[in-house]
Write a protein of this length. Structure first.
Lengths: 307, 413
C-alpha cells in the first residue's frame, strides 16, 4: 500500500513542461508508473502521443535513461536492452539492480506492436510493458484501433446515418497477454492511483515479463472537458467497462470491485465520441455494448471466484 | 471507359492535397482502400473513409502497414481497384509486398506523402528522400511507375492517372507526393464524370479453359481474371512461368523477370509525362519534380530576369526515368540544375544520362522545408557561368547550409 506522502517526497522522474494536452491521461500514467518504481529504471517508448509530447528536441520530460525506436518495436527494443543488461550484470560490469519499462499506446501495442510484445513475453525478458490505452490513434488525429470500443466515433470509423461508429468489439489484449503466462499482468487506470501504484510495484517485483494495460482517458479523442479525466477514468471502472484486475501464478483477482455496477450509459454519456448513440434510431448499439461488458465482467467474476 | 457518376463528387473545392487524393481515388473507381494512420498522409484515408459509402466503396483500417498493403493486393485479385496510403516508416514496412505486387503483376496504387528525414524523421514536414526507395526499395529486379504531383489539383488528377497506369501495365504505381503538396490547401476542380477517362482492367474474355495467367499480350502485359471466377489461377511470389507454376533456372529467370522490366521499359514513351518550357534555346535546364518544381518556377524567373537562357523540365513521371530526353538535351545545354529535398537522388540519374556532355548541379535540401528560390537562381547562374566540364555532380552550397555551418565544422567540402 503506497502512501501519498511518500510518493510526493520522491524526486520526479517524469517532469512537467511537456506538450501534452490539458487533462491528458497518458502523461499522468507515465508519472505515476515511474513514481511507483523503487529501483532505478530504464524506459523505452514506442511512437505515439507520449513519445511525441514528452521529447520535443531539445527538451525531454524523462529524468531517466530513455530510448525511442519506432512504432512497432518498443517491446523488441527493450528486450534487447534487458538482454544487454543481463549480460553486463553477469560479467560484473553493472552493479545496480535495474528495472525496465516499455511504454506503448494502444495502437503501438494492440495493433502494430503485438508481434514484438508477444516475442518479448515468450522469451521471458524481465520488462514491464505498460500500454497506456486511450482507445484510438490519438497522435495522428483519432483513428480507430482494435482497442476502440464498439460504437465509438473516430475519423476512420465515422458515425453517420447508416453506421453508428465502430462496428467491432474491442480486442481483449490483457487476456491475450495472460495466455502467454507472464509473471504478472493487470488492468489499471489513473483514477485509482493506489491500485495502479501497487500493481506497478508487483509487476516490477515479478521475476519475468509483466504487462499493465492502463486505461488512459483522452480528452480530445473521447471528447470531454479536460478537468473530467479522473472522473471519466473512475466511471469506466464503476460501469465495469474497464475492470481492474490482476493475474499472477495462475490466479485472477479483481482488485477494485464496484459497490454498485452502473449501466454503461453513465460512462458513455460523459463523452462526445458516443453522443450519436443516444440519438440513434434504436438502442441496439448500446445494448450490444452492455452485453459485451456484462459477458466479460461475469466471466471475470467466475474466474476470480473459482480460484 | 468513363467514370461512374456515383463516384465523382463534381464541384469546386478548397481542400488539401491529401483529401483531393482521396476524392481522386473514388473518382477513379477505387472500391477498396486499406490503410494505417500515419502523418502526414492520414487525411487522405480519413477523406476516403468519409466518402466511400457514396460510391459503394470501402475503407478498412488494418493493424499495420504490412497488413494494409497485403489487403489491397488481395482485393485487387478479387477484382477491385485498390489503393493504400502511407508515409515514411509505413512505406518502409510495405517494401516486401511492393515487390510481391510487382511479381504478381498486380495493379494497385500507393500514395506516399513523403515526410522529412530517415526513420521517424519529421512527420509533420516535407521531404523528397524516398525517391530511390520507390525505385529500388523491394529486393530483386522489377520495374514500376512513380509519379510526382505538385498541387492538390494534381493530387486529384494524378490519383486517377495512377489508377489508369496501374491497370494498363499491371504494376504497382507510386504517387510520390510530399507533405507540402499533401497539406497544401488550394482550389480543386472535380469535373463531371463523363469528362474523366478511366482505363478498364485488362479482363480475359476467352474460354476459361484456355486462360494462362501470365501469358503476355503484344505490349508484354498479360490479361487478368478475378480469383475465384472459375479459371485455373495459380499466383505466387515464387519465380513462375506463364502458367504461374514455380520454375528455377537461369533460362526462366531471364525470360520471366526480364519481362517484368521490359513491359515498363518498352512502353516508356507511352508512360512518361514531362512538362517542358523554353528548352529550345536554353543554356541551362532545371530538372525538378513535386513541390520543388513549384519553387523552381520562381528561381527560373529570377534567372531569366538576369538574362540567363534557362529552361524548365518538370518530371511528372519520375520512374521510369526519361533517359533519352535528358541525353538529347545534354548535347545542347551547358548544365542541368536539379533541386530536390534530399542530398541527391534523382540528380544521379540526370548525371548518368548526360554521359559527360553537360555539367550537373545539385541543389540539396535536408528536408523539413523547401528551397529558397534565390538558391535555385544562384545555382542556375553557376551552371551558366561554368565553362569547364566538371566530372562529378556539383553540389551547390545553399544559403541555409552557409548559415548553419558558419564558422563551424563543415561535414563535407
Amino acid at each position: 500500500m503506497a502512501k501519498l506522502k511518500e510518493l510526493a517526497a520522491q524526486k520526479e522522474r517524469f517532469v512537467g513542461g511537456h506538450r501534452a494536452c490539458a487533462g491528458c491521461g497518458a502523461s499522468i500514467i507515465a508519472r505515476q508508473v515511474l513514481m511507483a518504481a523503487e529501483n532505478p529504471v530504464v524506459v523505452g517508448a514506442s511512437t505515439g502521443c507520449l513519445e511525441v509530447f514528452s521529447t520535443i528536441y531539445p527538451y525531454s520530460a524523462w529524468n531517466v535513461p530513455y530510448i525511442h525506436n519506432a512504432f512497432e518495436n518498443v517491446a523488441a527494443t527493450m528486450a534487447g536492452v534487458e538482454a544487454a543488461y543481463r549480460a553486463l550484470k553477469k560479467k560484473g560490469k553493472i552493479k545496480k539492480d535495474l528495472r525496465f519499462i516499455a511504454f506503448g499506446g494502444d495502437g503501438g501495442t494492440y495493433d502494430i506492436g503485438i508481434q514484438a510484445l508477444s516475442g518479448m513475453i515468450e522469451r521471458r525478458h524481465r520488462v514491464l510493458y505498460v500500454c497506456y490505452n486511450n482507445e484510438a490513434y490519438m497522435n495522428t488525429g483519432i483513428q480507430r484501433s482494435s482497442a476502440t470500443p464498439r460504437g465509438a466515433h473516430t475519423t476512420t470509423s465515422p458515425a453517420g446515418k447508416v453506421i453508428p461508429g465502430k462496428l467491432q468489439f474491442r480486442k481483449n489484449l490483457t487476456e491475450i497477454v495472460i495466455a502467454h503466462e507472464p509473471a504478472y499482468a493487470a488492468q489499471a487506470t489513473l483514477g485509482y492511483w493506489n491500485d495502479l501504484v501497487t500493481k506497478v510495484r508487483k509487476a516490477l517485483d515479478a521475476e519475468g515479463p509483466s504487462f499493465l494495460n492502463i486505461s488512459a482517458p483522452c480528452r480530445l479523442g473521447w471528447a470531454y472537458a479536460p478537468e473530467k479525466t479522473v472522473k471519466v477514468s473512475k466511471m469506466a471502472v464503476e460501469s465495469c467497462i474497464w475492470p481492474l484486475y490482476e493475474y499472477q501464478d495462475g490466479k485472477y483477482r479483481i482488485t477494485i470491485k464496484p459497490k454498485e455496477k452502473k449501466p454503461i450509459t453513465e460512462f458513455l454519456k460523459m463523452q462526445g465520441r458516443f453522443a450519436h448513440l443516444f440519438k440513434w434510431k434504436d438502442d441496439v448499439p448500446i445494448k450490444e455494448f452492455q452485453e459485451e461488458v456484462d459477458f466479460i465482467w461475469n466471466r471475470l467474476l467466475k474466474r476470480s471466484e473459482a480460484l | 471507359m468513363k467514370a461512374d457518376q456515383r463516384d465523382v463528387l463534381t464541384g469546386v473545392y478548397y481542400i488539401d492535397g491529401d483529401v483531393a487524393s482521396g476524392y481522386g481515388a473514388l473518382a477513379a473507381g477505387c472500391k477498396f482502400i486499406a490503410g494505417y494512420p500515419i502523418t502526414p498522409s492520414t487525411e487522405a484515408a480519413e477523406a476516403f473513409a468519409r466518402i466511400a459509402p457514396k460510391g459503394g466503396a470501402m475503407f478498412i483500417q488494418m493493424e499495420d502497414e504490412l497488413a494494409s498493403i497485403s489487403a489491397i493486393v488481395g482485393a485487387a485479385w478479387a477484382g477491385a481497384k485498390t489503393m493504400t496510403i502511407t508515409s515514411g516508416p509505413g512505406y518502409s514496412l510495405m517494401m516486401e509486398t511492393i515487390g510481391y505486387g510487382a511479381m504478381l503483376e498486380t495493379p494497385f496504387v500507393l500514395l506516399n506523402i513523403q515526410r522529412g528525414g530517415p526513420s521517424t524523421g519529421v512527420p509533420t514536414k516535407t521531404g523528397q528522400a524516398d525517391m530511390m526507395q520507390a525505385r529500388w526499395g523491394s529486393h530483386g529486379d522489377y520495374e514500376l511507375i512513380a509519379i510526382a504531383p505538385d498541387s492538390p489539383q494534381e493530387l486529384f488528377d494524378h490519383t486517377i492517372k495512377a489508377f489508369n497506369l496501374a491497370e494498363k501495365y499491371r504494376c504497382p504505381v507510386m504517387i510520390m507526393a510530399d507533405e507540402c503538396v499533401g497539406h497544401m490547401t488550394e482550389k480543386v476542380v472535380i469535373p463531371r464524370a463523363e469528362e474523366i477517362e478511366l482505363e478498364p482492367r485488362r479482363w480475359y474474355t476467352g474460354p476459361p479453359d484456355e486462360y494462362i495467367p501470365f501469358k503476355p499480350d503484344e505490349d508484354l502485359v498479360p490479361k487478368m481474371v478475378k480469383a475465384g471466377s472459375g479459371h485455373k489461377l495459380f499466383i505466387s511470389g515464387r519465380l513462375h512461368d506463364e502458367r504461374g507454376y514455380p520454375v528455377d533456372n537461369e533460362h526462366f529467370e531471364l525470360k520471366y523477370v526480364r519481362r517484368l522490366i521490359d513491359k515498363i521499359m518498352c512502353n516508356k514513351d507511352k508512360i512518361i509525362e514531362l512538362k517542358e518550357e523554353q528548352l529550345d534555346d536554353a543554356d541551362v535546364v532545371v530538372v525538378s519534380y513535386g513541390i520543388s518544381s513549384r519553387v523552381a518556377v520562381r528561381g527560373i524567373e529570377m534567372a531569366r530576369e538576369k538574362g540567363i537562357k534557362v529552361g524548365n523540365l518538370r518530371l511528372i513521371t519520375v520512374w521510369p526515368f526519361p533517359d533519352e530526353r535528358i541525353t538529347e538535351l545534354a548535347k545542347k545545354v551547358k548544365a542541368f540544375v536539379v533541386p530536390e529535398i534530399n542530398y541527391g537522388q534523382v540528380v544521379f540519374d540526370v548525371a548518368r544520362c548526360c554521359h559527360g556532355n553537360a555539367n550537373v548541379v545539385l541543389v540539396p535540401h535536408g528536408g523539413a522545408g523547401v528551397h529558397m528560390p534565390d538558391d535555385i537562381c544562384d545555382a542556375i547562374l553557376l551552371g551558366a557561368k561554368e565553362e569547364r566540364k566538371i566530372e562529378k555532380v556539383i553540389e551547390f552550397k545553399t544559403q541555409l547550409e552557409k548559415l548553419v555551418f558558419k564558422g563551424g565544422s563543415k561535414l563535407k567540402e
